[in-house]
Structures are given as structure tokens and as C-alpha cells.
Design a protein around this ligand. Structure first.
Ligand code: CA
Length: 235
């Protein structure tokens, strides 16, 4: 099987080097660009399997790069972002980035984000929408064909809206989903932008599925951004 290729678009040399070493050690082929212009050139000529993108580049804004790439490519993009920049992350995700990772980050987090994004993009290309195998993590299984959620073998009763929320997060497990993406996928394109209805439903869901809703094991809050469901274990 050919190696997966990762393009790192990042002007900070130490972060570039750190990521490059980790990825090579885990058998990825690594390409580097320290400007947006070179990044775009490599995306066109090398067709990387995944792109790691710093938003603050010397020659262009990372958002503009995402917007440009999304006009012709669905290659997964993971944004590398500063800790305090929640709004920046949400904008990047809503423009079509797949996920983000916050500096400083560790090796296992980086690899997990890459795996989740690659898995998701492979699934989009290979899975028929008629059959999606169950999601599984820890004591949770979600059978999409039966719309059946079990925690430690006990059936959990969800309202239709709660089910839609959990199912959407499970189908995108391991990836962050913004509030606005979740709202429009559950309530449709005319959903109002109010997150309150989402928070209320999430509180009810957590009461039903988590041992301790304040310390969730299945659905995590990404403050100011959205939710992330624990990665499916069956891969
Ligand atoms: Ca930078």
C-alpha cells in the first residue's frame, strides 16, 4: 500500500520539523511549504492525502487558502491554531476545514486528528449511504440501521432530535463539529443560529449516556467551537 502523504503548510520551522519527524516515524510521506503560495502549488502538483495548515502565513491568510482549495478539492484540511483563537477556528471550519489542532499539541493528538480526518474522507468515497456499520466506543454502541443506542448493553431512549444529534456526531466521530454545522444538519437549513436549543438537548443526552455528565466519556465540548465524539474503536 502506498504511504499516505501529508502536506505541512507552516512557516514556524520548529513546529514544521516536529510534525515532520513524528509523521515520518509513523510512515507518512511528508511535504513542506512555508508559504501559502508554495502550499497551493504542492496541493495541485502532488495531490497530498491530507493538509496541515497554519492560519498565519507570511504571504496570505490561511482562510483564503481554504476557500481557494475548496473550490476544486475535498482533501482533508486540519488547521493548526493558537490556543485563544476560537473564532478563528470556527470560521476556518465553516469555510471547509475538517478539524483543528491547538498549539502546543502532543504527538498522539496530532496522529489521532490525522487518522480521524483520513478515515472520514475514505468513508465518504467508499461507503454506501445505505449501509453504515455500527459506531462503537467503550460501552457505547450505536446501530444506525436500527436507530438503537446501547450503553453497556442497556437500551437508551432518545427523542428523535437527540438521536439525530448523536448519530451525526457518531458518523463524524473523532472530528470536531461546529455548532452551526450541527444545527443545520439536525434542524435543517432554516435553523436559527441560537446554540441554546443545542445546549439543552446536549444536557439531556449527557444525562442519558454519561456516568458523570460533567466528565463526559463519549461526547466532548470544544469550548466556543462545538462538540467532538470519541473516536470509533472499530478501525
Ligand atoms: Ca505562522
Amino acid at each position: 500500500m502506498p504511504k499516505c502523504s501529508v502536506l505541512i503548510i507552516e512557516d514556524e520551522k520548529n513546529i514544521q520539523t516536529f510534525m515532520g519527524k513524528v509523521l515520518k516515524r509513523h510512515d507518512y510521506r511528508v511535504l513542506y511549504a512555508d508559504t501559502g503560495t508554495l502550499g497551493l502549488e504542492l496541493i495541485r502538483s502532488q495531490c497530498p492525502d491530507i493538509i496541515l495548515l497554519d492560519l498565519g502565513l507570511p504571504d496570505m491568510n490561511g482562510d483564503d487558502l481554504i476557500r481557494e482549495v475548496r473550490t476544486w478539492s475535498s482533501t482533508p484540511i486540519i488547521v493548526i491554531s493558537a490556543r485563544t483563537a476560537e473564532r478563528e477556528k470556527v470560521i476556518a471550519l465553516d469555510l471547509g476545514a475538517d478539524d483543528y489542532i491547538t498549539k502546543p499539541f502532543g504527538t498522539s493528538e496530532l496522529l489521532a486528528r490525522i487518522r480521524a480526518s483520513l478515515r472520514h474522507s475514505n468513508r465518504l468515497h467508499t461507503d454506501s449511504s445505505l449501509y453504515i456499520r455500527p459506531y462503537k466506543h467503550g460501552g457505547m454502541t450505536l446501530d444506525f440501521s436500527k436507530r438503537l443506542l446501547r450503553i453497556n448493553n442497556d437500551e437508551v431512549h432518545l427523542t428523535p432530535v437527540e438521536y439525530k444529534i448523536v448519530a451525526y456526531l457518531a458518523q463524524n466521530s473523532g472530528k470536531v463539529i461546529t455548532y452551526s454545522t450541527l444545527l443545520s444538519n439536525v434542524w435543517g437549513p432554516y435553523a436559527d443560529g441560537d446554540n441554546k436549543i443545542l445546549r439543552v438537548n446536549m444536557a439531556n443526552i449527557r444525562r442519558k449516556i454519561e456516568d458523570d455528565p460533567a466528565q463526559p466519556k463519549y461526547i466532548f465540548t470544544e469550548v466556543g467551537v462545538g462538540y467532538r465524539m470519541a473516536e470509533d474503536e472499530d478501525e
